[in-house]
Design a protein around this ligand. Structure first.
Ligand SMILES: *[C@@H]1O[C@H](CO)[C@@H](O)[C@H](O)[C@H]1NC(C)=O
Ligand SMILES: *[C@@H]1O[C@H](CO)[C@@H](O)[C@H](O)[C@H]1NC(C)=O
Ligand SMILES: *[C@@H]1O[C@H](CO)[C@@H](O)[C@H](O)[C@H]1NC(C)=O
Ligand SMILES: *[C@@H]1O[C@H](CO)[C@@H](O)[C@H](O)[C@H]1NC(C)=O
Length: 369
């Protein structure tokens, strides 16, 4: 739900006469990169111990899609690592620079009395508020009485991220924070109405990408889609990656569990993997004050590849520089998970086409054209 990488505004295309649709993303020109902020956000989500990076200065970037609630259209951040759908509402103080949801202007809105949500982390980042139901549509697909969070409190990072109107969770129902009664998230409510019970992510570097719901667009990938089962004891979109390779070296058969999270910016991996990658990069160093692994911008980076089922997902070196911190210091897209979960964030989605198959409990990956 947090560190995301590009900012988008949208056009929607309708793919078929049946219940399937595609949301197109547009890069937001206001996008400001901030590695440390993005890193801190993901560590807040995944860190399993108490050590976290200091609170970010800015909310930097994410992928947005237009979502219609009642008859109000808001740009939400689609997040496969979060479950809750919540919006910034008129109840939030100081939200004047956001496009916000006004429940009083929706004839189809109902307050779910006594229900609340709270996506907050201990550090005080996140959002909380009341819960309502309304008709919520993306493209041609509508969930008529969809429960969602109506935030009345948002953390600074959300209030500074003025193009953002909320989060659209695509994760599993069990991780929803609505109480006292859990509510089914949008995707799982519409699932049985979709042509195929899937959504796909095709994110792009500095260009419009898309999420498709209910179909797999053959124009968006090349070769075959390799499927691996989702780990059903995890509450996330989590799979096994059976090994990795740095540069042209052979794949090291070192299986690990990894979460596919469109709401994260980087690749967050165990130190053994991160260190064997940066061992191949002259001058690479893990510098706490910079927020993680940095290297001279003129260093030659190797590619990194991940074995997922029968498919080797190769991430090109060009996508492994996240940001130029200075003219000579670059921040890497491969970063330590600090002992937490392994995460494939947007660095992965920009290089690989991913199918989230809820019907068959699996994830598919393929190369893009
Ligand atoms: C809203 O935007 C205006 C103009 O950019 C700015 O001066 C003001 O500080 C912003 N308000 C908040 C609460 O961010
Ligand atoms: C939300 O949860 C956080 C973390 O558990 C807690 O600190 C905060 O007080 C909660 N907020 C509300 C409004 O309940
Ligand atoms: C599935 O995920 C759970 C929770 O993350 C983990 O404990 C378990 O080892 C994983 N299963 C496999 C087969 O790796
Ligand atoms: C990279 O730049 C530094 C100066 O910033 C220079 O000393 C070094 O030789 C350069 N390395 C390469 C491989 O070009």
């Amino acid at each position: 739900m947090y560190a995301i990488f590009l900012l988008f505004s949208f056009g929607v295309t309708f793919a078929a006469s049946q219940q399937s649709f595609s949301v197109t993303q547009q890069r937001n020109p206001n996008f400001i990169k901030n590695s440390q902020a993005a890193l801190a956000k993901v560590q807040l989500r995944y860190v399993v111990t108490g050590s976290v990076v200091a609170s970010p200065q800015e909310f930097d970037s994410e992928y947005f899609c237009p979502v219609t609630i009642g008859d109000q259209t808001l740009n939400l951040d689609f997040d496969s690592g979060a479950t809750d759908l919540w919006v910034i509402s008129t109840a939030v103080a100081d939200a004047q620079n956001h496009t916000i949801f006004d429940p009083t202007k929706s004839e189809t809105f109902y307050n779910l009395k006594g229900s609340t949500f709270n996506t907050s982390f201990q550090e005080g980042s996140g959002a909380s508020g009341t819960v309502g139901t309304d008709s919520i549509s993306i493209g041609s697909v509508t969930s008529p009485n969809q429960a969602f969070g109506v935030a009345n409190l948002i953390s600074q990072r959300f209030s500074e991220d003025t193009p953002l109107s909320g989060i659209f969770g695509l994760g599993f129902p069990s991780r929803g924070t609505i109480t006292p009664k859990k509510q089914t998230p949008w995707f799982f409510n519409v699932l049985s109405h979709l042509v195929q019970p899937v959504f796909t992510a095709d994110l792009k570097h500095a260009a419009p990408g898309s999420y498709d719901f209910g179909f797999i667009d053959p124009k968006k990938y090349t070769g075959h889609i390799a499927y691996v089962p989702r780990n059903s004891s995890s509450e996330r979109w989590q799979i096994e990656c059976s090994g990795f390779a740095v540069g042209d070296a052979p794949v090291q058969p070192a299986p690990f569990q990894v979460v596919l999270d469109t709401g994260s910016s980087f690749l967050f991996l165990d130190d053994t993997v991160v260190e064997s990658y940066y061992k191949q990069v002259n001058g690479a160093q893990n510098i706490a004050a910079e927020g993680g692994w940095v290297f001279p911008c003129n260093a030659t980076l190797p590619d990194i590849s991940f074995q997922i089922g029968s498919h080797l997902s190769m991430l090109n070196k060009d996508s492994l520089i996240f940001e130029e911190l200075t003219a000579t210091t670059c921040f890497g897209a491969v970063q330590s998970n600090g002992g937490g979960a392994n995460v494939f964030g947007d660095t992965f989605f920009k290089e690989q086409f991913v199918v989230f198959d809820a019907g068959r409990g699996r994830i598919g990956v393929a190369d893009k054209h």
